[in-house]
Write a protein that binds this ligand. Structure first.
Ligand code: UD1
Ligand code: CA
Length: 450
């Protein structure tokens, strides 16, 4: 690790026009989410691990959401989107008199690892500049590093590269480490005489050479960590890389993933030890899974807390405000929303439990619906302990079912049920003996005469 003080500048003023994802609500490119967290925040997390004096995020004008996401770090506005060197120039006033190392990172390359950046800083050492390179099978779109051994001569942008230069597979990942004492002179010397008429930060190696300073290349072998995000296809590739990391870390902390590639995590998913997750499970925001829980195939779980030894799915949907205590069982095609289910309670098949509380060891039969919405407001269903709700019951909220009560199958319950009583709210079936046989005979004789 470098002994010198460090400052980090993150370039994030681009709008991301190549993403074509704006529709009517324009958001800066780096606000696109990966596992539910904006790209910029992934990069900030890594940058923070390097313990810099300051992290400066360069934004464009009118990007309040980005300024908010970057907090508590400093943001500075690049008034005109005139290139990556223009972006660094916007940050220079905040780096005045700073003589340590300045790490420049691209906001759209958010998965770069801390150890890779540490090596980049070390590669610069007491020199003026180091650049992080990577050999890519398909380098198109990236700037190419024209280097001899590990000394960098120049960087050619894809759009400015000759046919021969385009064959070079060593690309510029966009991460630079620059001597703070020289940064401002060098950046101010960059012009815009190129195909795009932009101020390219990639002119730095040549400027350094002119100033008799060598630029070093530091390498990473992991193409996935330095893939930039210019298009929605890039965004999907970054998501895949990140999901693999999240799967890996879930397994390292003791979750058994039967088919890891089919399980999707949110950045904040909490998974305990001894958890088993079958294939095709999706975690949205705020899933908190305790030890020894089993999640069977095809479940969708968000803003839910599941306690130890509970078993969920297959095909369950748990959403906002579902809180399940120990040993709860939620079976196939059951949806739970904003409801607390106490220890040992069960809903094994085909039920909707919304805005409810279910007491200990109660059983919710197949087809039970808590009718929580009357078209205007949401109402609560309170189900006590040791309650048995028979199949296909409609519990019309607000309604309370007392401890130990039984609700008969097929009931529509509109009034509170006292403890230990039976409530049966269905019409009595009428039996007409012999009716079916007479009916069949009549139909068949009509068919024959037709
Ligand atoms: C850039 C590099 C290219 C490198 C690639 C790596 C330059 C000139 N090119 O190309 O060599 O291979 O990244 O992914 O540096 N930005 C600003 N202000 C600007 C322009 C860009 O803040 O005026 C920010 C963007 O928000 C983005 C980053 O800089 O986060 C990179 O810009 P982008 O336009 O994506 O550069 P590339 O064409 O990918
Ligand atoms: Ca880019």
């Amino acid at each position: 690790m470098s002994q010198k003080p460090l400052n980090i500048v993150i370039l994030a003023a681009g709008k991301g026009t190549r993403m074509n994802s704006q529709g009517s609500n324009e958001q800066p490119k780096v606000m696109h989410e990966l596992a539910g967290l904006p790209m910029i925040n992934w990069l900030l997390k890594t940058a923070e691990q390097l313990s810099p004096e300051k992290i400066i995020v360069v934004t464009g004008p009118d990007m309040p959401e980005l300024e908010a996401a970057a907090k508590p770090h400093t943001t500075v506005i690049q008034p005109e989107r005139n290139g990556t060197a223009g972006a660094v120039r916007a940050a220079l006033p905040l780096l005045e008199d700073f003589t340590g190392d300045v790490l420049v990172l691209l906001g759209d390359t958010p998965l770069i690892k801390q150890e890779t950046l540490t090596s980049l800083i070390e590669a610069k050492g007491n020199g003026g500049l180091s650049v992080l390179g990577c050999v890519m099978d398909n380098p198109s779109g990236y700037g190419r590093l024209i280097a001899e051994k590990n000394v960098l001569k120049k960087i050619v942008e894809d759009k400015d590269a000759s046919a021969k230069e385009k064959e070079v597979k060593l690309v510029n990942t966009g991460a630079f480490c620059v001597d703070g004492a020289r940064l401002s002179d060098w950046v101010n010397a960059i012009g815009n005489d190129n195909t795009q008429g932009e101020y390219y930060l990639t002119d730095l190696p040549e400027i350094a050479a002119k100033n008799r300073s060598e630029a070093f290349v530091s390498m990473t072998l992991d193409e996935a960590e330095v893939r930039g995000c210019n298009t929605l296809a890039d965004l999907a590739a970054l998501e895949a890389t990140l999901q693999n990391r999240l799967r890996q870390s879930a397994m390292e902390s003791g979750a058994r993933l039967q088919d890891p590639g089919t399980v999707y995590f949110h950045h904040d998913t909490k998974i305990g030890q001894g958890v088993t997750i079958e294939p095709n499970v999706f975690f949205g925001r705020g899933a908190d899974i305790a030890d020894n829980v089993t999640i069977r195939a095809f479940c969708h779980i968000e803003e839910t807390k599941i306690s130890e030894h509970s078993e969920i799915g297959p095909f369950a949907r748990l959403r906002r405000g579902a809180v399940l205590a120990e040993n709860v069982k939620i079976g196939n095609f059951v949806e739970v929303k904003n409801s607390v289910m106490a220890q040992g309670s069960k809903a094994n098949h085909l039920a909707y439990i919304g805005d409810s509380s279910v007491g200990e060891n109660s059983n919710i039969g197949a087809g039970t619906i808590t009718c929580n919405y009357n078209g205007f407001e949401k109402n609560k269903t309170k189900i006590g302990s040791n309650v048995f709700i028979g199949s296909n019951a409609a519990l019309i909220a607000p309604v309370t079912i007392g401890d130990g009560a039984i609700v008969a199958a097929g009931s529509t319950i509109t009034e509170d049920v006292p403890a230990d009583s039976l409530s049966m709210g269905r019409s009595k079936a009428e039996v007409k003996e012999g009716w079916a046989a007479t009916y069949r005979k009549l139909k068949l004789s009509k068919k024959k005469s037709a």
